[in-house]
Design a protein around this ligand. Structure first.
Ligand code: PMP
Length: 373
């Protein structure tokens, strides 16, 4: 039997396995940070309308520059952050994963390196690898906040071409303050000199945060990029729509590597329909934030160590007994609740679901408590 490793694939891909959370069919799925609320019926109807309209011209390629969609995304960002951006400062792609990939294709690549502070979103390192970019892992403190001084020192020493900052961070839920972002930004520019280094803030979970967006920091910082997605707050993970906000020169740069017509007319039409229903969707976000805070409070009450969360998920532990986090993950699964073991020692991550799903998770945790806490 021929396996992948027998093929003449790139050496750095040999022996690797693809990204993937288990997609198991269990009653309560709280493992992939999805929004538990299906889109409201009025929006489903509006999507059907807009997609029918788009279907009439599917014989043609879509708007390659997605100008109308970028205009609406810019309007959304301006409205929700108070910081004004226009379509020239916004770019859209198939999920923020594609945004990150385009950024690494344009600013990373063979002979270059990217830096991220782990544990963080594992795709940062994986997309780096996929684009031939070297990966440098920076330090966090015991409480999972970024060790700013340590990170600054490492950036000065290793001189990365791209720096990732994930805020709120997946899988810990930790938000990053503006001071840390600025310290890393300055360090990255000083280290590389010349044309500088690109700093990417991954704000996939921004709408769930207790803190304001870091978007205003892009002002006068042409190498600071903010990455966003409609997968979480807009409850549209199946849509595959991510976007960035940055200086127009960065938007021009990613156009050098994007595939022509990468964003289908169907995707653009669907995203535009969803943006028309922003207020309803942000209403769900409000409910999820309350539920997230309830999970934090209840787990803390049961005696668990809970990482403060600004995202739609919660990291909790510590599980140091026999089998550690993996054993608890399995016991929860036995009770029909799927959470995520991200490989952070002694910790698990639970996504905020509907109140009923969260009740089921919390009830299962209460059952386990004498064994694990
Ligand atoms: N960034 C972070 C921090 C994430 O957690 C995720 C999804 N899990 C993404 C980006 C990618 O999301 P998408 O491609 O669906 O926009």
């Amino acid at each position: 039997m021929i396996g992948t490793d027998d093929l003449p694939i790139r050496d750095e891909l040999r022996g690797m396995s693809p990204y993937g959370a288990p997609q198991l069919d269990v009653p309560v799925r709280l493992n992939t940070n999805e929004n538990p609320y299906p889109l409201p019926e009025e929006l489903v109807a509006r999507i059907a309308e807009r997609v029918s309209e788009a279907a009439r011209t599917l014989n043609r390629y879509p708007d390659r520059d997605a100008v109308i969609l970028r205009t609406e995304l810019a309007r959304y960002l301006t409205r929700t952050t108070g910081h004004e951006v226009g379509p020239r400062e916004v770019w859209a792609a198939n999920g923020s994963n594609e945004i990150l990939q385009q950024l690494l294709q344009a600013f990373g690549g063979p002979g270059r390196t990217a830096f991220g502070v782990e544990p963080s979103y594992s795709m940062h390192a994986l997309i780096a690898r996929g684009t031939g970019t070297g990966w440098i892992s920076g330090p966090r403190r015991e409480d999972f906040t970024i060790d700013t001084a340590g990170a600054v020192e490492m950036i000065a020493e290793r001189r990365p071409h791209v720096v990732f900052i994930c805020s709120p961070n997946n899988p810990t839920g930790t938000a990053v303050d503006a001071g840390t972002v600025l310290a890393l930004y300055e360090a990255a520019q000083a280290a590389r000199g010349g044309r500088g280094a690109l700093v990417v803030i991954d704000e996939a979970y921004a709408e769930f945060s207790h803190r304001p967006s870091l978007l205003p920091l892009i002002e006068d910082r042409p190498l600071l990029v903010l990455s966003r997605t409609m997968s979480k707050a807009f409850g549209a993970a199946g849509l595959r729509l991510g976007y960035l906000a940055a200086h127009p020169a960065v938007v021009d740069a990613v156009q050098l590597v994007r595939l022509p017509y990468h964003l289908s007319a169907v995707t653009q039409a669907t995203a535009l329909a969803a943006l028309e229903h922003t207020d309803t969707l942000l209403g769900y976000v409000g409910r999820l934030k309350d539920e997230r805070d309830r999970i934090v409070a209840e787990l803390t009450g049961m005696g668990y160590e809970v990482t403060p969360s600004d995202a739609n998920f919660v990291q909790f532990g510590r599980f140091e007994g026999e089998g550690g986090a993996r054993a608890v993950w399995q016991r929860l699964l036995d009770r029909g609740v799927l959470v995520r073991d991200n490989g952070v020692p002694g910790r698990l991550r639970v996504t905020t679901g509907t109140p009923a799903e969260n009740d089921a998770f919390l009830a299962a945790m209460r059952e386990l408590t004498p064994i694990t806490a």
